[in-house]
Write a protein that binds this ligand. Sequence first.
Ligand code: SF4
Ligand code: SF4
Ligand code: SF4
Length: 251
Amino acid sequence: MRRPRTAFFDLSCCEGCQLQVVNAGELLLEIVNLIDLVEFREAMSERHDGPLDVAFVEGSVTDEHAAARLREIRGRAKVLVALGSCASTGGVNGMKNAFDLAEIGRVVYGDGRRFFPTATTRALHQVVPVDYTIHGCPIAIPELLTVLKCILAGIPYTVPDQAVCTECKRNENVCLYDRGVTCLGPVTRAGCNSWCVNNGNICYGCRGLVSNPNEKGMLQVLTSRGISLEHVVRRMEMYNRCREEGPERAR
Ligand code: SF4
Ligand code: SF4
Ligand code: SF4
């Protein structure tokens, strides 16, 4: 059977998710054995302008040039995968949406702002249909491999839809709230195996909001610790500012 013609592309992002792929070590061998890699700027110099079986797209859409590029990639690819939080939720680039675009242009680019027309940040699914989503900032390689195998088998991948706390509990971490630290695990979509908390950090909410967040429970925790809701919401907006646009409005 022919291996799927696969390419990696990037829009606005830090390229950290692609770097994860390049740094995947032995798993990278497993990945490249499953696909026919035709374009991946971070790892090879070859370019490919023809049809694609699978396109991994990292980064969010932050101007009209990126939207046009994404539509062009979508037009060539049978399967389009949103790679990482920038692509899946708008990620940190979404923070721009809290400000006036003209003001942003003035502050960031000064007199040169006419050369950098900017637009409201959008996740990929807010511009084109997306077939598979890999959350995370950065992505976790085992999840990429699972998604790739689903693509090869022609079956959907279901992103885990419970809170990070469920994984954190299974990993027997001491809850950060009991240490006087805030954490977004209670409202964030799992699937990373509570990666950050396992390594002594907080959950920043990079995988997006779980679809049925226990707002009441979260409020109770905050109130009992004297933490303001505003503080947590502000932190949540680091990765979830694009959320208000909603996938249904975009398609
Ligand atoms: S999701 Fe995070 S690591 Fe990946 S490209 Fe965006 S900012 Fe970088
Ligand atoms: S709030 Fe954070 S530290 Fe506490 S259980 Fe949930 S994920 Fe773990
Ligand atoms: S623990 Fe939170 S911030 Fe860290 S990878 Fe998981 S969802 Fe993202």
